[in-house]
Design a protein around this ligand. Structure first.
Ligand SMILES: Nc1ncnc2c1ncn2[C@@H]1O[C@H](COP(=O)(O)OP(=O)(O)O)[C@@H](O)[C@H]1O
Ligand SMILES: [Mg+2]
Length: 238
């Protein structure tokens, strides 16, 4: 039997070096990030901890190329994110990143299946039949087959968050970023969401970075990072 490669042997998908960023002008300026460095390898689930206001969302916005840092570099799949033209950076984000937010932004008048179909039809250009087939497959994989026809208001918080994850996975991203995905969920639903993120990382090789202040997530991720005072401290666990 061939042994699973250890985390250190898996290729680095994203690497951020010495990220610094602040908001506001002169006297009112706050330096949120002060040289934050981190690496994300293929197929690992990494939790980024930090108290509220420590800069987790800012860091995710920078790592995904949505916000240009004052200083520092981000390499994604061998490309220097902030050396790319705006168009190429947008393309890279569209192709390689999936996003899940705390407020899951589901569209209230679309069923679970339609949330996915819409992306496949209008985003990728698939015909409805193919879009329906793929949507059903993803919803099934995420344990939502019997929820496909329900509207967000008819789903539990955990189910809504799983639909949001399904939607992020439609284009099979290399990277999945989740900003506090469990914070509005009870323990049972939070655990289901974490199980799902781990399953996606294991089966599809997706690298998952989630920001959180939920201590329950510690045991359920491969690696924990701490954002504190604008820098990232790591804790090797496995
Ligand atoms: N667009 C912005 N303009 C001004 N200040 C901001 C902006 N975005 C974030 N901040 C500030 O940066 C700090 C970090 O915010 P954030 O990254 O949202 O932290 P977290 O996600 O860890 O709660 C906070 O003090 C916040 O008020
Ligand atoms: Mg935040």
């Amino acid at each position: 039997m061939i042994a699973e490669p250890s985390a250190d042997e898996k290729p680095v998908i994203l690497s951020a070096s010495q990220i610094a960023h602040g908001f506001g002008k002169q006297g009112l300026r706050t330096e949120v990030l002060r040289g934050a460095t981190l690496e994300l390898r293929r197929g690992e689930v990494v939790a980024l901890f930090g108290v509220s206001g420590s800069g987790k969302s800012t860091m995710l916005a920078i790592l995904s190329g949505l916000m240009m840092p004052d200083r520092g570099t981000v390499q994604v799949l061998g490309q220097d994110l902030f050396s790319l033209s705006n168009r190429h950076r947008d393309d890279l984000r569209r192709k390689e990143y999936g996003f899940v937010f705390q407020a899951n932004n589901l569209i209230s008048w679309l069923s679970a299946r339609q949330q996915l179909e819409m992306l496949l039809q209008w985003g990728i250009g698939f015909r409805l039949r193919r879009a329906t087939m793929i949507s059903n497959e993803i919803l099934g994989k995420l344990g939502l087959a019997d929820r496909a026809n329900l509207l967000p208001s008819q789903l539990s918080g955990g189910e809504q968050q799983r639909v949001a994850i399904a939607r992020a996975l439609v284009k099979r991203p290399s990277l999945l970023f989740a900003d506090e995905p469990t914070s509005s969920l009870d323990w049972h639903n939070g655990q289901k969401v974490m199980d799902l993120l781990r399953q996606i990382a294991r089966e599809d090789g997706t690298s998952v970075l989630l920001s959180t202040h939920d201590q329950r997530v510690r045991e359920m991720s491969d690696r924990c990072l701490y954002l504190n005072g604008g820098v990232v401290q790591s804790e090797e666990r496995r």
